[in-house]
Design a protein around this ligand. Structure first.
Ligand SMILES: Nc1ncnc2c1ncn2[C@@H]1O[C@H](COP(=O)(O)OS(=O)(=O)O)[C@@H](OP(=O)(O)O)[C@H]1O
Ligand SMILES: Nc1ncnc2c1ncn2[C@@H]1O[C@H](COP(=O)(O)OP(=O)(O)O)[C@@H](O)[C@H]1O
Length: 672
């Protein structure tokens, strides 16, 4: 496949596991739909000879699709019906289903197909599906993997997960309800995620007396919205997942409909397996294979195009060119490899190339940039913090990235551009994204794999957003590092020291300034070149536009980190004394200064800081006169592994300062 970028890793993993796991058999022809108690025989080949079974399906093309719709539109019932009618259910699953249908089913005497799909007990109790369930089934013509994506308002995330590897979307509509806000949201995502094939399954036709005018009105309504968002073509099919009309067999109830059944239509969708091969060659390097000094190969999955030994290639982001020497596989060298194959390339020259780099056709390389316009689908309960550093994963590249305040969010019902300060769960918005180093990319709209990314929270490792790179900002290409003759090392040498950043963090009134001040005095006395950055010289000057919201604190620390970095570049030992309440920003600064960052946690319990209340701020905060006060109405995330911890209830400021100087003298006795 490979036509879709792997926006969300678990999607691919889930799908692949299923391909191996649950194969199925061709469907019976003209099955009228089974009722509870009917005879049911799953394909015995699955159980008796799995290899023969797989062989039987090996040469069929595979269609991945998602189903989306609102709660109760009947998705799970439809998928259950698809599986059932194609005999993809194992016998033990079937008996469990019959038992469950009696116990908790909502369909009276009949089998409740939704129970087949709503796997988890917790989901059954809630009556909604809460995760993406991948199912495999097959017909005589084709294999299918269907991702059942939940319709509940808050589960956009699952839909994005399911859609990231799909070729087509089946959008379900309850014939009694027509086009709903959820239908619009899902269609918008389908368009955003570049799913080219859209099927509008107007379900529950049995509940509207199979009335053609109901169907026609819904299709006209949907067409108006679809064309507004750029979905030019879709196929509408009137069905009943429950009764089986037009799912696997043509309905006798709707003579006015002469189109294909859902299965027939899904069998004919063209999956463009060759599209990726038609694009220029790209190999995102997964790892550098170096078993001994004589061999250096670059391994990965070819994302697009094809490659042969002797081809001129360019390594990105460095831009160096060379030629392909060999295409190495477990089974010997290949004369050619194409998109979708995992290979190891060796190159004619000794060029730098590491994990995350992309080997591309020399004459048609992807772009390289560090500032972008992107469209984001926010998938976390915790809203976007503009300025916060997240991990951005794009293919095999992982870099630090910040998102600016959104330019706008999109109201998926009206398509209006909304002015917003952040993005919350399920919001879709457009924002600038800055990465901390160059990345190799292609605009998502171009259909390439290098345009889709995810954002990961550094602290929790949770995926917080899926994104599509729209284009690189021109200014990113116009800002070039000026080559400087007096290097950072020369600045440090002149001062006879190794620059460091001593980062004090703790609650207001914990003792950061007091101790940092004493440490600087001691360094000064030792002849060191230092500078202390604290609230007085930063919040009254550079950062006087910032207050104390989470977003402002993030920006405060980001700027302080940048300034501290410049000062260490100048060869100084820098001390900072800011609350810096969030781990993510402290970690971001640590990453900016590898090896030079020393985190000093001034660990004073809230009760103690409040008892001291040097500036009377705690009293005011308790009285409700100061909003967002750290420790009271705004969080403080204590360091988990500080380099130095000071318990100010046990250690005097003087003793703490002495210990800090001794610590850094000990660590760097060679250079301090
Ligand atoms: N709402 C609120 N919360 C916390 N602190 C407040 C607030 N409003 C004003 N102040 C005063 O501002 C000082 C903290 O500024 P910082 O720049 O260190 O804060 S932060 O790192 O951006 O969180 C802090 O100074 P220190 O006591 O030196 O820490 C306070 O005196
Ligand atoms: N062991 C200690 N370490 C640091 N400060 C202490 C200690 N014991 C008492 N204090 C007092 O606590 C207050 C800390 O204030 P300050 O240094 O301005 O804190 P911060 O910069 O963290 O807001 C000062 O009045 C200081 O004298």
């Amino acid at each position: 496949m490979g036509a879709k970028p792997d926006l969300v890793a678990p999607a691919k993993a889930g799908a692949t596991a299923l391909e191996r796991e649950t194969p199925a058999t061709p469907p019976p022809s003209g099955d009228p739909g089974l009722r509870r108690g009917d005879e049911y025989t799953p394909d015995s080949l699955i159980a008796s000879d799995i290899d023969a079974y797989l062989l039987q399906h090996q040469h069929k093309s595979l269609l991945r699709f998602i189903t989306c719709g609102s709660v109760d539109d009947g998705k799970s019932t439809l998928i259950g019906r698809l599986l059932y009618d194609s005999r993809a259910i194992f016998a033990d699953q079937l008996s469990a289903l019959e038992a469950d249908s009696k116990r908790v089913g909502t369909q009276g005497q009949n089998i409740d197909f939704a129970l087949l799909v709503d796997g988890l007990a917790a989901e059954r109790e809630q009556g909604i599906t809460i995760d993406v369930a991948y199912r495999f089934f097959a017909t005589e013509k084709r294999k299918f993997i269907v991702a059942d994506t939940p319709g509940h308002e808050q589960y956009t995330r699952n839909m994005v997960t399911g859609a990231s590897t799909a070729d087509a979307a089946v959008i379900l509509i309850d014939a009694r309800k027509g086009v709903l806000p959820q239908t619009r949201r899902h269609s918008f995502l389908v368009k955003l995620l570049r799913l080219r094939h859209v099927v509008l399954a107007v379900n529950k036709m049995d509940l509207v007396e199979y009335d053609q005018s109901v169907f026609d009105t819904i299709v006209a309504d949907y067409r108006a919205f679809a064309s507004a968002i750029g979905i030019e073509r879709f196929t509408a099919i009137p069905i009943s997942g429950f009764a089986g009309d037009n799912v696997a067999s043509a309905s006798t109830e709707m003579p006015w409909y002469d189109g294909p059944t859902l299965i027939e239509h899904l069998e004919t969708i063209d999956v463009e397996a060759d599209a990726a091969q038609a694009r220029p060659f790209r190999l995102p390097v997964q790892w550098v294979n170096r078993p001994d000094l004589d061999f250096r190969g670059f391994s990965g999955l070819i994302a697009s195009g094809s490659v042969r030994p002797g081809d001129a290639v360019r390594i990105l982001p460095s831009g160096r060119t060379t030629t392909v020497a060999r295409i190495v596989t477990m089974d010997g060298d290949l004369p050619e490899a194409v998109a979708g194959q995992s290979v190891t390339l060796t190159l004619a020259d000794e060029v730098d190339c590491s994990r995350g780099d992309v080997i591309a056709l020399a004459d048609a390389p992807p772009q390289v940039a560090d500032q972008f316009r992107a469209t984001l689908v926010w998938m976390s309960e915790t809203p976007l913090l503009p300025g916060r550093s997240y991990w951005l994963k794009l293919g095999t590249q992982t870099v630090g990235a910040t998102v600016q305040e959104p330019r706008h969010a999109i109201d998926v019902n009206t398509l209006a551009e909304l002015s917003v300060k952040t993005l919350g769960l399920n919001d879709i918005g457009v924002a600038e994204v800055y990465t901390d180093r160059d990345i190799v990319f292609e605009p998502f709209a171009d259909g390439a794999d290098l345009g889709g990314f995810i954002l990961i929270d550094r602290a929790t490792n949770a995926t917080v957003a899926a994104g599509m790179l729209d284009f690189a900002l021109r200014r990113a290409q116009n800002v070039h590092w000026q080559a400087i003759d007096i290097t950072n090392a020369a600045h440090a040498d002149q001062k006879g020291q190794t620059p460091r950043l001593l980062w004090f963090t703790g609650l207001s009134g914990s003792g950061k300034s007091t101790i940092a001040n004493l440490v600087e005095k001691k360094l000064f006395a030792l002849g060191r070149h230092s500078f202390l950055l604290d609230g007085d010289n930063v919040r009254h000057g550079l950062n006087k536009d910032l207050g104390f919201t989470d977003a402002d604190r993030v920006e405060n620390i980001r700027r302080i980190g940048e300034v501290a970095k410049l000062m260490t570049d100048a060869g100084l030992i820098v001390l900072t004394a800011f609350i810096s309440p969030f781990r993510a920003e402290r970690d971001m600064v640590r990453a900016m200064l590898p090896g030079a960052f020393v985190e000093i946690f001034v660990d004073t319990p809230l009760a103690e800081a409040e008892a001291r209340d040097v500036k009377g701020l705690y009293a005011k905060a308790r009285a409700g006169q100061i909003a967002n006060f750290t420790g009271i109405s705004s969080p403080y995330e204590a360091p988990e592994h500080p380099d130095i911890r000071v318990d100010t209830t046990r250690e005097s400021p003087e003793a703490a300062a002495e210990r800090i100087v001794e610590h850094i003298m000990g660590v760097w006795s060679h250079d301090l």
